[in-house]
Design a protein around this ligand. Structure first.
Ligand code: NDP
Ligand code: OXD
Length: 315
């Protein structure tokens, strides 16, 4: 019996052996083929696993049953104006992805608390830059914007090492140890409390540019910022201006409007900015293949798939 075809566009053609091994090890009953494989009959494709597909390409697969995003955010897929909306789009919401994000956010919060950037710069000189740090985690409130799959895990991990944690989301949450703020009306109260603000929002029309001057100005003076959501959430010039005025004390940015961040961008050299290359949560392909294999098995049994993108809500 011929197996259904899963087309893959994630990590380039050189990543295909990795994906094929991952799906084989997971016992997936699919034939895994490269996105641009000219030998594939579009009518035989039942599944697609993609990151940033060329607009219009998914619409040319007439028997496509499920689209899997190879990342947790699917904005690089939904920006296709011809995206077939009747085909479920599943986000990569694995426990490992949330664990990795929690570890990154915890690292970022502790780095800000320890002023790790200052120590890195001093070591590069080298200079014995003795200084005294003041607040500890229990004296520091981390405010997480976006308390979904990633945000809730980050909140639990931050809580675990003693940070006070508050969160802001569209709807109210009941999470142990986390004070929940909901919607636009509670945003100011939330911002006024956060010593470290973490953005874990999805990219939607409502969240575009949220980390710009008006919101930064409503944060606590001297607070720090971590953006692990999307580059389109931030106006980097506003962040640099807030750092220059001292309103923001420091920032850790993992995502940028233009990726890779151009080599001549002033953010690279900023003494209060830590830059990472969109690596906050990157589960290995084997783990993502095992997750997709599990989702395909659920789908083949006629079950509803979790973590599907909601076209109305926009995430
Ligand atoms: P989820 O969809 O599980 O969670 C999104 C959260 O954002 C929800 O709590 C939701 O509220 C909240 N939210 C959405 N819109 C608004 C709004 N307008 N106002 C207030 N809250 C809002 O997503 P994940 O946690 O899985 O991922 C979040 C994002 O993290 C991804 O979309 C992606 O952009 C980014 N990401 C970045 C990675 C990296 O390596 N840098 C890796 C993975 C993800 P509610 O719960 O009420 O619906
Ligand atoms: C993302 C991811 O959505 O890498 O950024 O999962």
């Amino acid at each position: 019996m011929t197996k259904p075809i899963l087309l893959v566009k994630s990590g380039g053609e050189s990543a295909m052996p990795d994906w094929q091994r991952g799906f084989a090890e997971a016992g997936a009953q699919v034939e895994v083929r490269w996105w641009d494989d000219a030998g594939v009959d579009p009518a035989a494709v039942r599944y697609a696993l993609v990151w940033d597909p060329e607009p219009g390409r998914l619409a040319k697969l007439p028997n496509l049953q499920v689209i899997f995003g190879s990342g947790a955010g699917v904005d690089f897929i939904t920006r296709d104006p011809d995206l077939p909306k009747h085909v479920p789009l599943v986000r990569m919401a694995t426990p490992g992805a949330a664990q990795r994000m929690g570890e990154y956010v915890t690292w970022a919060a502790l780095s800000l608390l320890q002023d790790a950037r200052r120590m890195t710069l001093a070591q590069a000189v080298p200079r014995w830059d003795y200084f005294e740090r003041e607040p500890t985690a229990p004296e520091t409130t981390v405010g997480i914007m976006g308390l979904g799959h990633m945000g809730a895990t980050a909140a639990r991990m931050l809580n675990g090492i003693g940070f006070r944690v508050i969160g802001w989301s569209r709807t109210r949450k009941e999470l142990p140890g986390v004070q929940s703020f909901a919607g636009a009306v509670e945003q100011d109260a939330f911002l006024a409390r956060a010593d470290i603000l973490v953005c874990l929002l999805p990219a939607t029309p409502e969240t575009r540019g949220i980390l710009s001057a008006p919101l930064l100005g409503r944060m606590k003076q001297g607070a720090a910022l971590v953006n692990v959501g999307r580059g389109q959430h931030q106006r980097i010039e506003d962040i640099i201006a807030a750092l220059a005025s001292g309103w923001l004390s420091a920032a850790v940015l993992d995502v940028f409007e233009q990726e890779p961040l151009p080599a001549d961008h002033p953010a690279w050299q900023h003494p209060r900015l830590t830059i990472t290359p969109h690596v906050a949560s990157l589960p290995p392909r084997s783990e993502r293949a095992a997750h997709v294999a599990q989702m395909i098995a659920l789908h083949e049994r006629g079950e509803t798939l979790p973590n599907t993108y909601d076209h109305e809500r926009g995430y």
